[in-house]
Design a protein around this ligand. Sequence first.
Ligand code: ZN
Ligand code: CO
Length: 331
Amino acid sequence: METLIKKLAEAWGPSGFEHQVRDLIREEVAPLADAITVDPLGNLICRVGDGDARVMVAAHMDELGVIVSHIDRQGYARFASLGTLLPGTLLGARVRFENGVIANIGVENQYTRRRDLPTFDGFFIDISQDADGSAPVQVGDPGAFVREVVWRGERVVGKALDDRLGCAVQIEAMRRLKDQGTPHTVYFVFTVQEEVGSRGARPAGYGVEPHLAIAVDVSPAGDVPKPKDAGISLGGGAVIKVRDTRHIVPAPVKNLMIRRAEERGIPYQLEVMTLGSTDGAEIQLARSGVPTGAVGIPARYVHTQSETADRRDIQAAIDLLVAILSEPVEL
Ligand code: ZN
Ligand code: CO
């Protein structure tokens, strides 16, 4: 699992440009799925089993990134964001473009504007090279952050753990179902464009037409100095979502998830999130509506390049997902 997480989180795949991650995941799931398709938006859809009830599980492949908006007169690349970038994470960060070019992000008036760094304008990407002056990137080129994944005891630190951890959880759940089977038709979906507003999830939900859906994503942990929401802790177990800004989990779905966790002694924590949402918010709106829940993996520093999570929570999320997918669903 460590190797898988490292491989997925270090992969390149800003929103709208997920093809490299999708290829990696497709390789992993090829021996685990009964059928694999890619829909028109780029969602990777993997079917396992052929039971009566269709259950959709979704984790997003995309990560935060930048896209070059113009090259300024001095030759610096100016950019727009792909997803919700936090300005405080930009200065000194490195981005990689698809052609392999790696460059640093700088900010105008670096030494005097520390106080207003929380504003977004003024940042640029230094794509300067030696002599000939030709820019190595062009308007419209997407970039993703560069950061190595490291483990510190039970903790994993890296960029794009949101939501490559979710992708890893789904792959590991597929591996377990491969051995033990499932009474359902399970669709493991690896979605595109979550970070720009879950644009892949709803069409995927429309295509799959599930009876039950579960999104798998990170949940911001509140066990840090001066937290906004103090509910979720690293090491506290898998997160069962109750509510976020765009999603109220139907009580029968929430209760099913709690029941499965308790039956199998899987540690869990309940989440009421006051910032952000997941693919679940869009899947629940597909067609005439889908009962949808979400499993979270607690993570600190979400949307920075050093998101931090705990192995035990990742394991608990896998166990919970497998528990839900192994038994008949009564809602
Ligand atoms: Zn996410
Ligand atoms: Co995110």
